[in-house]
Write a protein that binds this ligand. Structure first.
Ligand SMILES: Cc1ncc(C[n+]2csc(CCOP(=O)(O)OP(=O)(O)O)c2C)c(N)n1
Ligand SMILES: [Mg+2]
Length: 665
């Protein structure tokens, strides 16, 4: 086995030069904040000695509902092929669904998979779909998503979803078959060095060449994916390792000496943060996706209500704090609300929780929140002071950090100390009421895309799950649907992967079969991965897809409108010599395409038909539904901070800047 984690030692072949020397620091294992206490022991280490009734490794959930009961079908100790050991280990770690496609190198694994009673394999149509489905499953349930592919092209088709899961810190395990170990390095048929390729986009990866290493590696992979800062882990297994015979025994002893994520925050840092909070006059809780991963929404609400501090939720944190809550200012960033962006800019203290000062949030970094001190809490020490220096760094799990902050602040409040935030609260409120999110109905009576999305949110309600593609429709879905619960908004935030929505919605629906799952997709994105509708039809996964069909690669077109003098180079998705049809992609015909896939297809072009179309889709639960909403092509996403400019230059509509009310400090 090639051990590929920073600081990792252990037996096995000497690492190749590409393994170690050129490796970027991996998350969690790389750097420890100087102020942190010695690392706590890693999570659930499992002992070597096989027990009579072996415990099942429970994968810590990071979001969504509680764990379902696990089925332990496999024997604790038995002779097994490597492939059987793989399936037994997957059962033992609690995997209940695997999305994948077989092929030569992974074929040995598919044979025992047929016998597994605990694992459902879902045969997708493209490995990219398997990867995003695993991500959708993980985001909807908080459990580890699993995808499987063969060597070479099967494995390289997983690269995009692995990168996607890496940037959004999603716990998935990707299992790939590798060509036989004696052929590795010979340019054998369907050989691709997938562990090499994915070094910079996995939290950790493994190449397994011995049958006896398979079960332990699967245990380690699930542990690494789901603990600390979650992320994707790849396990590449040589075909001969799967074919050889070994002793399968469970539990397994982990061999992860360099991996000790710190979850307990340092008390001194928490006290220091609480002191800054009590002294601040313009504080903001800047909340990121880590709060959802840490299942810390209840604690966040308690902290917000205890202190009265306004809250902003990033694109990855939508749902971490209820949209209807009076302290919520909405989403910050490039397409954030004026109130959220303005509050960050004018703050004197940012309490950044599970968030990473992404460029889409900060705008031009050296002009971001110029007057603010920074408290930055994150489970990954590598994030702290990466983009913006933290005045008070706190390494730890957000739930524990917030709980500790609450305890210290509550004690302070009991001493009668209550900071006066009234002026600040009134200021942010005035921005919120003066510059609410809004849009104009198209003058020609055609459909406004924002209206369609708003109505879906209203009719499907806050218990439904919403999964977006990437582009204008994604931003409108983030803006115009009210998210009241964590885990109800699933999108590709960091990588911005077109084609994410349909397969991720499929995975979310498999993980949460009782929930209504809407994919809100663009006509461009939909054409990248819609083949998974065949999977949904055949496997009985009744997702609902709203195509926001503006006939173009709308977000790119918006930039051409604003920054390229309306020169629309290669963003139309319909024939330009079709004057009668200025909007909407008609090739392919999405309704016919839906029907070809065994789905219900509905087209909606009139504002008066929108509710009927959504209600019809809501009433169908025995097959997937696709609604082709043909919308106006010129709608734009506002507010906007142009890329590379300062948040101070936010526009709430074209050429229109907010008046900050003389507050320029
Ligand atoms: C795989 C991939 N290729 C290209 C892009 C660049 N890109 C970002 S948004 C976008 C347009 C998306 O079009 P559509 O799905 O129709 O959504 P719309 O913006 O029109 O709502 C493109 C091409 C991307 N994000 N991902
Ligand atoms: Mg479009």
């Amino acid at each position: 086995m090639t051990e590929q984690m920073t600081g990792r030692k252990g037996p096995g072949p000497a690492p190749s030069p590409r393994d170690m020397a050129a490796r970027p620091p991996h998350r969690d294992g790389g750097r420890t904040a100087a102020d942190q206490p010695p690392a706590a022991p890693a999570g659930p280490q499992v002992s070597q000695a096989p027990a009579v009734t072996p415990p099942i490794v429970t994968v810590p959930a990071v979001t969504g509902p509680a764990e379902p009961p696990r089925v332990a079908a496999s024997p604790a100790t038995t002779r097994a092929t490597g492939a059987q050991a793989l399936v037994y280990a997957l059962e033992r770690v609690g995997a209940d669904v695997v999305f994948g496609i077989p092929g030569g190198a992974i074929l040995p694994a598919y044979d025992p998979l047929l016998d597994s009673k605990a694992i459902r394999h879902i045969l997708v149509r493209h490995e990219q779909g398997a990867g995003h489905a695993a991500t959708g499953y993980a985001q909807a349930t908080g459990r580890v998503g699993v995808c499987m592919a063969t060597s070479g092209p099967g494995a390289t088709n997983l690269v995009t979803p692995i990168a996607d899961a890496f940037l959004d810190s999603v716990p998935i395990v990707a299992i790939t078959g590798q060509i036989p170990s004696n052929l590795i390095g010979t340019d054998g048929f369907q050989e691709a060095d997938i562990s090499g390729i994915t070094i910079p986009i996995t939290k950790h990866n493994f190449l397994v060449t011995k049958a006896g290493d398979i079960a332990r590696t699967i245990g380690e992979a699930f542990h690494v994916a789901s603990t600390g800062r979650p992320g994707p882990v790849l396990v590449d297994i040589a075909k001969d390792a799967m074919q050889a015979t070994t002793e399968f025994s469970w539990p397994v002893a982990f061999d992860l000496p360099g991996y000790h994520p710190v979850t307990r925050p340092h008390a001194r840092q928490v006290r220091e943060a609480a002191r800054l909070i009590s002294e601040a006059r313009r504080p903001v809780l800047y909340v990121g996706g880590g709060v959802i991963k840490a299942r810390a929404s209840a604690q966040l609400r308690e902290l917000a209500e205890l202190t009265g501090i306004p809250v902003v939720t990033t694109l990855m944190a939508r749902g971490a704090f209820p949209d209807k809550h009076p302290q919520h200012l909405g989403m910050p960033g490039m397409h954030g609300t004026v109130a959220a962006v303005g509050a960050l800019q004018k703050a004197d203290l940012l309490i950044a929780l599970g968030t990473r000062f992404d460029d889409r949030v900060t705008g031009k970094l050296d002009t971001f929140a110029p007057g603010a001190l920074i408290v930055h809490a994150d489970i990954d020490p590598a994030e702290i002071s990466k983009n913006r220096r933290a005045d008070v760094p706190i390494v730890g799990d957000c739930r524990e950090v917030i709980a500790d902050l609450i305890a210290v602040i509550r004690a302070d409040r009991e001493q009668g100390h209550r900071p006066d935030l009234e002026g600040w609260q009134a200021q942010v409120d005035s921005w919120r009421t003066t510059y609410p999110l809004g849009y104009d109905a198209p003058a020609d009576g055609s459909l406004a895309p924002q209206y369609v999305i708003e109505r879906i949110g209203k009719i499907a309600g806050p218990e439904a799950l919403y999964v977006a593609g990437v582009g204008q429709h994604q931003m409108w879905a983030a803006q115009f649907i009210d998210y009241e619960h964590p885990g109800t908004w699933i999108n590709s935030g960091g990588l911005g992967t077109m084609g994410f929505a349909v397969p991720a919605a499929m995975g979310a629906k498999v993980g949460r079969p009782d929930a209504t799952v809407w994919a809100i997709d663009g006509d461009g994105c939909f054409q990248m991965t819609n083949q998974e509708l065949a999977t949904c039809s055949i496997e009985g996964i009744p997702i609902k897809v709203a195509i926001i069909n503006n006939g173009s690669l709308g977000m790119v077109r918006q930039w051409q409108t604003l920054f390229y003098n309306e020169r629309y180079s290669n963003t139309d998705l319909h024939p330009t010599d079709e004057p009668k049809r200025p909007t909407g992609t008609r090739v392919p015909d999405f309704v016919k395409l839906a029907e070809a896939y065994g789905c219900e297809g509905i087209r909606c072009e009139e504002p008066g038909d929108v509710d009927k179309a959504i209600e019809r889709a809501m009433a169908i639960d025995d097959r997937p539904v696709v609604v082709d909403f043909v919308v106006h092509k010129d709608a734009m996403v506002w507010p906007m901070v142009a890329a590379g400019t300062s948040n101070n230059d936010i526009k709430f509509a074209r050429g229109m800047a907010p008046d900050w009310g003389g507050s320029n400090d």
